[in-house]
Design a binder for this molecule. Structure first.
Ligand code: DC
Length: 232
C-alpha cells in the first residue's frame, strides 16, 4: 500500500530569468499543489507605482505608495482558455504588462522597499498556511518560509539567461536587444544580492541547481526525484 504523503512547502529561489517559474509550475502540476509566483507580486506593485506615476527612475513617492498598498489586492486567476495562471491587480488583468521591459526596469527599486516587502511577505505567508504550495522568488527559503520542507536554489550563467529571455520576449513581439536584456539581468542580480533587506542568497539548507546545461525535462526529473524521495 502507498504511504500517505506529507503536505509540504517547496521553495524555489535563485537568480533572475533562470527558469524558476517554469520548474516550479511544472512541480506544482505534478503534485497538484498551488504555484505562487512571488516575483509577479513585486511586479504588480511596480506596475501600480508606474501607472499612478509614483516612480520616476529611482525616485519613488513613498507616502502615496504606502497609501496605495493599504488597499491593494493581488490575485492569481487561471485563464480558462490558455489554462495559464495570470496576475490580477485591483480587479484588472495585468499579466502582459508586468512581463514587459518597463516593469522589469523598475521592479528592483520597488522590491528594495521595506514596507513593500513587509506587505508582500505577509500575503505570501497567508497563502502557505495550509501548505501544498510551490513558491518561487528570492527570499522564500530564507525569509518567507525559513521552515519550508524543501528548498531549491537555482542559477545559470548570465549569457544563458539573457538568451532565453531574449527569445521569450522577441517571440511575444517586444522590440528588445540581447545586450539590453543582459544588462537588465546583471543589474537585477546586483541589486537583488546587495540590497539591505532580504538580499538574494542561498539558504544553507537549499539544494543548488545550476541549469545552464540542462533541458527543462532534465531539470524537472532531477527536482522531482528529490521531492519524491523526501515526501515518501
Ligand atoms: O522573479 P521575477 O524576475 O519575476 O521577480 C521580479 C523582481 O522582483 C526581481 O527583480 C526581484 C524581485 N523579487 C524579490 O525581491 N523577492 C521575491 N520573493 C521575488 C521577486
Amino acid at each position: 500500500m502507498k504511504e500517505k504523503t506529507k503536505d509540504i512547502i517547496i521553495a524555489f529561489d535563485g537568480h533572475s530569468s533562470c527558469g524558476k517559474s517554469t520548474v516550479a509550475k511544472a512541480v506544482a502540476k505534478e503534485l497538484n499543489y498551488t504555484f505562487i509566483d512571488s516575483g509577479a507580486m513585486y511586479r504588480a506593485i511596480t506596475y501600480l507605482a508606474l501607472e499612478q506615476k509614483l516612480i520616476n527612475g529611482k525616485k519613488i513617492d513613498i507616502a502615496n505608495l504606502k497609501t496605495a498598498l493599504n488597499s491593494v489586492q493581488i490575485k492569481f486567476i487561471k485563464n480558462k482558455r490558455t489554462e495559464k495562471q495570470e496576475t490580477w491587480l485591483n480587479g484588472k488583468n495585468i499579466e502582459r504588462e508586468i512581463r514587459g521591459i518597463k516593469v522589469s526596469d523598475s521592479v528592483s527599486y520597488i522590491s528594495e522597499l521595506d514596507f513593500v516587502r513587509e506587505k508582500l511577505v505577509a500575503l505570501q505567508q497567508e497563502m502557505g498556511v495550509n501548505k501544498k504550495i510551490v513558491m518561487d522568488g528570492r527570499d522564500i527559503g530564507t525569509v518567507v518560509f525559513p521552515d519550508a520542507e524543501l528548498k531549491f536554489f537555482m542559477t545559470a550563467s548570465a549569457d544563458v539567461r539573457a538568451q532565453r529571455r531574449y527569445k521569450e520576449l522577441t517571440e511575444k513581439g517586444e522590440k528588445v536587444t540581447f545586450e539590453e536584456i543582459k544588462q537588465n539581468i546583471e543589474k537585477r542580480d546586483y541589486i537583488d544580492q546587495n540590497r539591505d533587506i532580504s538580499p538574494l542568497k542561498k539558504a544553507d539548507d537549499a539544494i543548488l541547481l545550476d541549469n545552464s546545461n540542462l533541458t527543462r525535462e532534465e531539470q524537472l526529473d532531477w527536482v522531482m526525484e528529490k521531492i519524491l524521495s523526501y515526501r515518501f
